[in-house]
Design a protein around this ligand. Structure first.
Ligand code: HPA
Length: 253
């Protein structure tokens, strides 16, 4: 079953016909909210709002382990994660969608593995390509079949938040090869790998990163809000098409 993790601007899915909700408990604590089960175009999916349904959980306080564990426990084998990003690469602009293919992790102090006790041998999992190829391909296919424009590839820089970056930090990230910046991509992507979930992300660009373009003099939060609505509408169409195309069986790393 497909799991959808929604971020800022996507705390519910208008096109989801809800069948039931379930409060899940995991060995790692509680997920951000109840799992919402339902159908999109007759296909069963489960939705989870990463920041809680009232958008009250900041990025550094999200229980990423509980979220992914709960999804897996309830039959999810592939995950689309939706997250807003600020753009650094010159060809990315606010309003665009992007399917990243790489990650640089700047987060710290987050619970970033399920290997926490001595009961299992230490495992160093391959993470050379952090996103599931099959899920990326399914998203690109969905975009192509629904005429939604998105950018294929880019390096996602995961920052700690909740504060936004300084202009110098963005310059450093650009030197590191980062194309877009967000606060929630890690450890989510890696935990999905530990659970063998086929996981890919959709980045919704909602602002120029600090010191760039329209954010040259600072990031104006009030400019983000109207754009967020528009870009999430596109995300909903993309998800609808993804489900319709039914990518099941494609999930191999
Ligand atoms: N920085 C970090 N996270 C973000 C941004 C940003 O500019 N925009 C959306 N999420």
């Amino acid at each position: 079953m497909l799991g959808i993790i929604g971020g800022t601007g996507l705390t519910q899915l208008a096109n989801l016909e809800i069948t039931h909700r379930k409060v899940a408990r995991t060995p790692y604590g509680e997920p951000s909210g109840a799992l919402t089960f339902g159908h999109i175009c007759d296909q069963e999916v489960v939705f989870l709002a990463r920041h809680g349904y009232g958008h009250t959980i900041p990025p550094h306080a999200v229980n990423y382990r509980a979220n992914l564990w709960a999804l897996k426990e309830h039959g999810v084998d592939r995950v689309v994660s939706v997250a807003t990003v600020g753009c650094i690469h010159a060809e990315l602009l606010p309003g665009m969608l992007v399917i990243p293919d790489q990650i640089v992790d700047y987060t710290h102090g987050r619970a970033a593995t399920y290997f926490v006790d001595n009961s299992k041998p230490v495992t160093h999992l391959d993470f050379t390509y952090p996103y599931c190829k099959a899920m990326r391909a399914a998203l690109l296919q969905a975009a192509a079949s629904s005429g939604i424009k998105l950018r294929d590839g880019g390096v996602y820089g995961a920052v700690q938040g909740p504060r936004l970056e300084t202009a110098a930090e963005i310059n450093r990230m650009e030197r590191d090869g980062v194309d877009m910046v967000g606060m929630t991509g890690m450890p989510e992507a890696y935990l999905a790998r530990e659970l063998e979930l086929c996981y890919a992300a959709v980045g919704a660009v909602v602002n120029h990163a600090a010191g760039r373009g329209r954010s040259a003099d600072g990031i104006q939060m009030e400019e983000i809000q109207p754009l967020l609505g528009e870009v999430m509408l596109q995300v909903r169409h993309l998800l609808e098409q993804l489900v319709t195309n039914d990518a099941s069986g494609l999930c191999t790393f």
